[in-house]
Design a protein around this ligand. Structure first.
Ligand SMILES: [Zn+2]
Length: 306
């Protein structure tokens, strides 16, 4: 049984199911985070009189309007139905039709519905089956590259985290700590347990270097242009890739991501009239560079030794 699960075919099946769950994560995690942000804004930030005087000095604090705003936010929040990754069941965004189990089957469900809601015929994004198929393909690739051993599941987990980060960043420009920090942990634990063949020292240096490289680029960019080009989530994501793959692979990851990012960025500016000041999320490119490095680490490293 475990032989089948760890074979490329078994991992592809696992990837279909994980991809289906990733669709839920990509869709709901930002909403869950935004709700938490509103809750905290109402509870702490609007209620925190301690922070007023150090910033605004003797200016009168508009306590009443703050309290009213906090109450309005809390009331609006309490009117919402509970939202977690597990609940409620998936619904059609247009008509609220509860998606039945056979409509929810990875890829097959979407194909049988021909990409439309069974109740209201509103189109269902083709991204859902693509995420499912893509996760399955990458999981199978992990099986081929890393072989039928339990540590292959660690690489599959990293792949799943990267897919979720890439698409959430693309949609919202958020890179949740709840995804970047597990990637860091996965890298450290993987090398500590000897599952990734990356020595712990290289993993720790990779973590620090990954964070500091992007932090420095961002700080420099900030000094030159007076705007922030990258967010902390990007630093943590590259820190995660550094912890997972070791510092030696980082130059390849950064170069690959920047090259693809620059080409796509220029194309967006040229063809779509994308304003240069609007930051383009870097997460999808980091994920792409990270995935390439994950599968081709040795080939890429031999490049640098020339
Ligand atoms: Zn519908």
């Amino acid at each position: 049984m475990s032989d089948f699960v760890l074979s490329p075919l078994g991992l592809a099946v696992l990837g279909l199911c994980v991809g289906s769950f990733l669709n839920v994560v990509i869709h709901r995690l930002p909403q869950i985070m935004w709700r938490a942000w509103w809750r905290e804004t109402a509870e702490f930030q609007l209620g925190d009189s301690l922070a007023w005087t150090p910033v605004f000095g003797p200016l009168p604090q508009p306590k009443d309007s703050f309290a009213a705003a906090a109450r309005a936010i809390q009331e609006a929040l309490s009117g919402l139905a509970t939202l977690t990754l597990a609940r409620p069941r998936s619904r059609c965004a247009s008509c609220g039709h509860v998606v039945r189990w056979h409509e929810n089957l990875p890829i097959v469900g979407w194909l049988r519905l021909r990409g439309r809601c069974s109740a209201c015929k509103a189109p269902i994004s083709v991204r859902y089956p693509i995420v499912e198929g893509g996760t399955a393909a990458l999981f199978a690739a992990c099986g081929v590259v890393f072989g039928a051993q339990p540590s292959t599941l660690l690489w599959c987990t990293a792949v799943a985290l990267l897919i979720a980060m890439a698409l959430i960043d693309l949609d919202t420009t958020l890179l949740p700590d709840s995804l970047t920090l597990p990637l860091i942990g996965l890298g450290l634990v993987g090398s500590l347990a000897g599952w990734t063949a990356v020595p712990l020292s290289e993993s720790v240096i990779g973590l620090l270097a990954g964070y500091l490289v992007l932090w420095s680029v961002s700080a420099l960019y900030g000094l030159l242009r007076g705007v922030q080009g990258m967010a902390e989530g990007d630093f943590k994501m590259l820190a995660g890739l550094g912890a997972l793959l070791g510092w030696k692979v980082l130059p390849s990851v950064v170069l690959l991501s920047s090259a693809v990012g620059a080409v796509v960025g220029l194309m967006l500016v040229a063809f779509k009239g994308h304003k240069r000041e609007v930051p383009i999320p870097f997460g999808p490119y980091l994920a792409g560079g990270g995935l390439a490095a994950l599968f081709f680490a040795e080939t890429l490293q031999s490049f640098w030794r020339l």
